[in-house]
Design a protein around this ligand. Structure first.
Ligand SMILES: [Zn+2]
Length: 264
C-alpha cells in the first residue's frame, strides 16, 4: 500500500464532506469535524513516513538497545571523490570501521572506492540505485531502483548486502516490503547532525556528542547525491574529532552489522 494513495483519499474525502456540508446533506459541524479528522489522519501517516525513528510501516533499525558503549558511524550518498578517499584515510588512521550506504549509480562510476572500503573492513550497504524519494515512485520503480543498486554493489564486492537506508529515510508499507523482499533490513538513524548543510565542523561535532548514547546510529554524509556538488570537508574534519572525543568517553565504533547483533 502506498501512502500517496491514502493521502489522496483523505484529501478527496475531506472535500466531499465539506461539499456535503455546504449542500446540507450533513450538518456543517459534522462535515467540518469529518474533514478535519481525515486531514489529521493524513498528516499523522505522512509524519510516520518521513520521521526516521519509527517502525509503523514495518521493521526499521534506528539504534540498538544496549548498555555497552558501542556506536555506529554511517555515511550516505557516496562514493564521492575526493571526499570519500579523504574520509577513508581518517577512518584508517583512527582504526574505525564504519558503514557506507551507497548510491548504485555512484558506485558504478567509482567501483575502486567501493572495493577500497570493503578491503579496509567497512560495511558496504545500499542507499538506493538512484537517489530518489521512493515515496514518489511507483511500486515497480521502487523495486527496480533497489534491484539496480543491490546488484551493482553486490557485483562490485562479490558479497551479499544486508542493510538499506532509503533516501531521506522515507518509507511506507511498499518501500519497506520491497526492501525486505530484496533481503535487506531498513536502517535509519538516531543521531542526525545535519552535516549536509555544512554548518561548520564544530557544530557537527557538538550535535553528535550531545546526543551520543550506547547503541546509537549516527547519520553523516561522504556524498552529496543526487547533485554531487557540495563539499564534505566539514564532515571529514568533524569525524576525526568525534572519534577522538567519543573514544575518550569509552565508546567503541562498530558497523551496522555488529550493532544489529548487539540486539540479540
Ligand atoms: Zn541520501
Amino acid at each position: 500500500m502506498r501512502i500517496i494513495y491514502i493521502l489522496i483519499f483523505c484529501s478527496l474525502l475531506s472535500v466531499a464532506l465539506l461539499w456535503l456540508g455546504q449542500y446540507k446533506k450533513l450538518t456543517k459541524r459534522a462535515a467540518a469535524c469529518g474533514a478535519a479528522l481525515s486531514m489529521a489522519l493524513a498528516g499523522v501517516l505522512l509524519l510516520l513516513a518521513v520521521l526516521p525513528g519509527n517502525s509503523f510501516y514495518g521493521k526499521v533499525l534506528t539504534h540498538s538497545d544496549v548498555q555497552r558503549k558501542v556506536i555506529a558511524l554511517t555515511f550516505d550518498d557516496g562514493p564521492y571523490p575526493p571526499y570519500t578517499q579523504k574520509l577513508l584515510k581518517v577512518l584508517a588512521e583512527k582504526h574505525v570501521h564504519a558503514t557506507f550506504f551507497m548510491v548504485g549509480e555512484n558506485a558504478a562510476k567509482h567501483p575502486e572506492l567501493v572495493r577500497e572500503m570493503q578491503s579496509a573492513g567497512h560495511l558496504v550497504a545500499l542507499h538506493a540505485g538512484y537517489h530518489k524519494d521512493l515515496l514518489k515512485l511507483s511500486t515497480d520503480e521502487v523495486r527496480s531502483n533497489i534491484a539496480y543498486g543491490k546488484s551493482t554493489l553486490e557485483g562490485i564486492t562479490g558479497t551479499q548486502l544486508h542493510f538499506m537506508r532509503p533516501p531521506h529515510g522515507f518509507k511506507d508499507w511498499s518501500v519497506i516490503s520491497a526492501i525486505e523482499d530484496a533481503g535487506l533490513l531498513t536502517t535509519n538513524w538516531s543521531i542526525i547532525p545535519r552535516d549536509w548543510t555544512n554548518p561548520g565542523a564544530q557544530v557537527i561535532t557538538d550535535r553528535v556528542l550531545e546526543k551520543a548514547e550506547p547503541g546509537a546510529i549516527v547519520l553523516l554524509h561522504d556524498g552529496d547525491s543526487p547533485k554531487n556538488k557540495a563539499p564534505r570537508e566539514q564532515t571529514i574534519e568533524a569525524v576525526a574529532t568525534i572519534i577522538d572525543k567519543l573514544r575518550a568517553q569509552g565508546y567503541e565504533f562498530v558497523t551496522i552489522e555488529e550493532l544489529a547483533k548487539e540486539n540479540h
